[in-house]
Ligand binder design. Structure first.
Ligand code: ZN
Length: 90
């Protein structure tokens, strides 16, 4: 029994939509992005779990709010959510 990666992506997308609706995450893709390893002190803004030093951490800046840190998988879910929204609006 392995966890289904598609299932977790769907969960993350649902969570991303909720966070964007609440204004907790920006509703469009932020250009300023740095990638590095986690510090065990930073929590992911999407799933709420700590990003450990063996995991890649994405940090978004310039979103008009404090910096946002995400796991790489959480970043992908949030980015896809933003792209879908902006695509629908234009
Ligand atoms: Zn996460």
């Amino acid at each position: 029994m392995f966890p289904d990666p598609d299932r977790s992506y769907i969960d993350l997308r649902a969570r991303a939509r909720q966070q964007v609706n609440r204004g907790l995450l920006p509703a469009r893709v932020v250009e300023t992005l740095t990638a590095g390893y986690g510090s065990s002190r930073t929590e992911c803004c999407l799933c709420g779990q700590v990003i450990t030093p063996v995991q890649v951490e994405y940090e978004l800046c310039g979103a008009g709010c404090e910096s946002i840190t995400l796991h790489i998988g959480c970043y992908a879910a949030w980015r896809d959510e933003c792209l879908e929204r902006t695509g629908q609006q234009c």
